[in-house]
Each structure stands twice: as C-alpha cells, then as structure tokens.
Design a protein around this ligand. Structure first.
Ligand code: OSB
Ligand code: MG
Length: 369
C-alpha cells in the first residue's frame, strides 16, 4: 500500500484521577494520535508521550519534531506491505521509540484493515480475552489508597500494582496485606531506589509480592542483577528494557525474572514481539505495561497482550479507569471476571470518535504525497 497521507494530532485530555509516581504527577493525558491513509483506509496509532521527560527522555515536543522532520518524510509515498519495512525505513533515526511507535502502530492497523483481519490475529495472538490489572498512583494518604484498592477489586481487577517511592513502601504494603489479605500485588518504583536499599527489598520479601518493577536506575542492568541475587521477590524490568538486546543481557545476567513489555518504549510492535518471543524461548513470563493510553494505544496493547507468553495480568485497564470520555467506540470495558475482550473487528477493531478527537486536538499537521 502506498502511504498517501499522514496526519499528526497532538491531543490533551483530562485524567479522571491525578496519577502520581516517584518521578512526578500527571493530571492531563498528552499524546500524539497518528492517522495514516492509503487506498481509502485509515490506520491509527498512538505516541503516548508525556509533556516532561521524566519516565523517558521523549516529550510531546521532541516526538512531534522527530515525526514531522525525520520519520514522516521517510514513510510518505513508500509502498508498504509488511510492518517490518517500517522498522527498516525508520531505523536510520537513532532512538525516539515513542515517536516511531505512533507511526508503526498506525501502519499495523492500516495493513490489518487491508487484509480484513483483526490486529491481534496479524500479530499472532491466540487469546480472545486478556487478564487485566490496575496501576495505582501514590495517594495523599493510606486510607485513600485502601479505598481505591477496594473499589478496583470490587470492579474485578485481577491484580493491584502500587507505585512506590522512598517513604511510601513497606508500611503501605503491610497495610494493604492487613486489609486485603493475599490479593495479587506488585510494586513499581520507577527507578527511585539504590543498592543502599537492599535491606528494604529484603524486608519486602516477607509479603509474597508478585514482583517489584524497576527498583533501580532507569538505564541499569548490572546493579539490578546484584539486587536480584539478594532478594527472593522477582524483579521486573520496565524502563531498562529498550529492545531485544537489553532483554538478552538482562536474562543472561539475571537482572530480572519478568519483563514489562511496552511497545511504545521499544519503538513499535515489531520489536515488542521480538522481546516477547525471546522471553518465551528463555522461559520468562512477560506482561503488557501501559502509559495511560487513550483507546487507540489501548487497542494496540490489548492486541499485543493476546500473544501466548503474556502470562500475567497487564496494566491494561478499562477506558473509565482513565477518562471521562475515551476517543474510541466501543469503549474498553472490564468483564466481571477481570478480563477484557480482544476486539474481533478489522484492524484495531474500534472506531475513533472524529469529533471528540478534533475537540481534544491542540496541534495538527497533515502531510500528503
Ligand atoms: O512505569 O509503568 C509505568 C504510567 C506512566 C508512566 C509509567 C508507568 C505508568 C503506569 C500506568 O504504571 C499503567 C497504565 O497505563 O495504567
Ligand atoms: Mg513501570
């Protein structure tokens, strides 16, 4: 298919609840929604960047610049039949995985629609429903946290992930275990600790946690291997795993026992699937992480999570966990058993609400051949 037109829309939408992590607080969801058109079809993708470079070095501004000036010109007018061609065309541009993700994801959707098959099927997914977890930000108080956990468990979420930071860890876990017993529980530190905190993580070993995510530096593998040797709780890496090479090193060195796969962190679904396949061969379970995606990015995450080695509940929650109004129809909803249906329609399997998308757009750019 010849890439005839690419539209970039930078959007902002309010989050229903502020999301606080060890690196900062987000109240507004930012993203670039990419639309790629060819032969009367439109494919959608999401670049789930934040406004500040705190989780990753990319921001809405850097992603916009890289897409407009370097990535879009490499794709426009190209004849594309396989997503791997997109990776190749964009590979000369170093880094900027989130900027690449929006474009690659849109072309996956476009190609799946052209083939008349669901994106999950094109990716090789085998599941019709995926288990869902929820990631809960740092709360103003312990009672506030316990209330939120109670609400999410009542909705059916199958595991709870708590964001932690120094001072909001052991006592929080103790309180949650006292209130909710042995619910599937994990922690995400977003790189807020150091090897000085080995005793803290050893103390956490007593609480039967599924895993602790990214306890040490965002780009570290070596020190995580030293920590993993000294604790029983599995380490899960998020920020540190940028591509298959990082995953290989992490497995070889024993830096983690579980990997959080986010296609946006890895530059697209092609690389995310390569990491999935490697982990499957090596016997490591993976799960699908999230970056507070709109329904567009969520659709790609849900399709990816239908692959067979996504063995743990993902940070894939329902539309209403994030937004008053999501930009897709139908919305993503949680089944009473804590699963979500993988869309069975063509491509991403959900419609984008054009009017709402336009209302949320703060900047738009159209590129045509
Ligand atoms: O570290 O997994 C993370 C959100 C923004 C940035 C980083 C992370 C997160 C989450 C939210 O944990 C997951 C979700 O989309 O629900
Ligand atoms: Mg994380």
């Amino acid at each position: 298919m010849r890439i005839e037109r690419i539209t970039l829309r930078c959007i902002q939408m309010p989050l229903r609840h502020p999301f606080r992590t060890s690196f900062g607080q987000e109240q507004t969801k930012h993203a670039i929604i990419v639309a790629v058109q060819s032969a009367g079809l439109t494919g959608y993708g999401e670049t789930p960047v934040a406004s500040s470079p705190l989780y990753s070095y990319e921001t809405t501004q850097t992603a916009w610049h890289i897409q407009r000036d370097f990535l879009v010109p490499r794709l426009l007018r190209q004849e594309i039949t396989r997503p791997e061609q997109v990776v190749k065309l964009l590979s000369a541009v170093r880094g900027h995985p989130m900027a690449k993700m929006g474009l690659e994801a849109a072309i996956w959707d476009l190609l799946a629609k052209a083939r008349g098959c669901p994106l999950s099927q094109m990716l090789g997914g085998t599941r019709m429903r995926i288990p869902c977890g929820v990631s809960i930000g740092i709360q103003p108080s312990l009672p506030a946290l316990l209330e939120r956990i109670g609400d999410f468990l009542a909705e059916g979420y199958r595991r709870i992930k708590l964001k932690i930071e120094p001072g909001w860890e052991l006592a929080v876990v103790k309180a949650v275990r006292a209130e909710f017993g042995d619910v599937p529980l994990m922690l995400d530190a977003n790189a807020a600790f150091s090897l000085d905190d080995v005793p803290l993580f050893q103390a956490l070993d007593a609480y039967n946690l599924m895993m602790v995510e990214q306890p040490l530096d965002h780009d570290d593998l070596y020190e995580h291997s030293l920590l993993q040797r000294q604790i029983k709780t599995p380490i899960c890496l998020d920020e540190s795993i940028r591509h298959r090479g990082d995953a290989r090193a992490a497995i070889e060195w024993g830096s983690c026992r579980i990997i959080n796969i986010k296609a946006a962190r890895m530059g697209g679904l092609v690389e995310a699937r390569r990491v999935h396949d490697l982990c499957q061969e090596q016997g490591l379970p993976v799960w699908c992480g999230g970056l507070l995606e709109t329904g567009v990015g969520r659709a790609h995450n849900v399709a990816l999570a239908s692959l067979s080695n996504f063995r743990l509940p993902g940070d894939i929650s329902a539309s209403d966990r994030y937004f008053e109004e999501d930009i897709v129809h139908p919305l993503f909803v949680l089944n009473p058993d804590g699963t979500m249906d993988v869309p069975s329609g063509e491509g991403i399997g959900v419609e984008v609400k054009a009017d709402l998308l336009q209302r949320l757009t703060v900047e738009e750019a159209v590129f045509e051949m």
